[in-house]
Ligand binder design. Structure first.
Ligand code: PRT
Ligand code: ZN
Length: 286
């Protein structure tokens, strides 16, 4: 049998859906029916392993899986010898220190000698020692946010996304100690064939990510406005300009960053652009 690449993804949780969507957008088809622990891709030499996220760095380090998708927080906390290959931009969150809302807080030194509950003892203790704070770290595996209200600790260090969990537990965020997003990790010594497969996958991921950040824009303009509009559009190369059936008018096509679009929309309209269409791009190869 020819070599395949084994890809570890979270079985079910906050990373699963976006991880699987990204893989599908890369054109890789597979079946992940409920309860499945393994699945082979039908059109790419890959096999998927569906695992708990905390176990993924260890499996990749041991070579049971070749690559995996996990939160950077888990990568740093587990401290396994794997390579961070590419940032994936989803499941963004932060690891923060929080204290009861009614407590005063002015500086990190306020945590000197305090008890802090967390599921991230490594990241927390590195942060505290870098900042010369001695605190008593209580490692707990879940429901960290209730630790102060039951009298276990004075503060917590936990993942925050919207902040609503902190708020509903009477806590306030006082320091962000780490920012995280989903990342692609790999075993440190992949065979040549698997390295080639990984490179193929990275190429596809980058094409999908670039496409997501860009939009295709089409607009109509009178011929005498074309030069001005061209100067406003920050295109990939130079815009495509096609004459319209109506005399004196043309259609201008270009690719712009989604964020730039909102910045330039008013100037485009003032310059005479009409019938502006902005459409998603599926893949983009630069
Ligand atoms: O079962 P398994 O072990 O695989 O999953 P898990 O329960 O350990 O992890 P899961 O699925 O909850 O999270 C997977 C990864 O998603 C994390 O390691 C982070 O990288 C990322 N992520 C992004 C988050 C959040 N956002 C998040 N909000 N992980 C956890 N949370 C939790 C947080 O622990 C807290 O309880 O959500 C709560 C806070 O959310 P807000 O929106 O109320 O602030
Ligand atoms: Zn987990």
């Amino acid at each position: 049998m020819s070599e395949i690449i084994r890809i570890a993804v979270q079985k079910s949780g906050r990373l699963s859906e976006d991880s699987l969507n990204l893989i599908r957008e890369c054109g890789i088809q597979f079946n992940n029916g409920t309860g499945k622990l393994k699945s082979e891709a039908s059109n790419f030499p890959a096999e998927f392993l569906f695992l708990r996220d905390d176990d993924i760095p260890g499996y990749v380090a041991d070579g049971v899986a070749d690559i995996g998708i996990i939160g950077e927080n888990v990568l740093v906390e587990t401290n396994q010898p794997v390579n961070l290959i590419h940032r994936l931009g989803f499941s963004r969150c932060r690891l923060s220190l929080a204290i009861p809302r009614g407590e005063d807080y002015t500086h990190l030194t306020d945590l000197q000698g305090k008890r802090i509950a967390t599921s991230y003892p490594r990241i927390l203790s590195n942060f505290l020692s870098k900042n010369d704070i001695q605190a008593d770290i209580h490692e707990i595996s879940g429901s960290v946010e209730i630790a102060p209200s039951i009298g276990l600790t004075d503060a917590i260090c936990d993942i925050v996304s919207s902040g609503s969990t902190l708020m509903s537990n009477g806590l306030k965020e006082v320091e962000v100690i780490f920012r995280s997003e989903a990342v692609l990790i790999a075993h440190s010594q992949l065979s040549d064939v698997r390295t080639q497969l990984l490179n193929k996958l990275i190429f596809r991921i980058k094409s999908v990510q670039t496409a997501q950040n860009n939009k295709y824009i089409l607009l109509n303009a009178p011929n005498d406005a074309v030069e001005h509009i061209k100067s406003i559009l920050p295109g990939m190369k130079s815009p495509t300009i096609v004459p319209l059936a109506e005399e004196g008018w043309c259609s201008i096509h270009s690719v712009i960053k989604e964020n730039d679009f909102w910045e330039i929309i008013d100037s485009l309209r003032e310059a005479g652009a009409q019938g502006i269409l902005v459409v998603p791009i599926e893949k983009m190869i630069l």
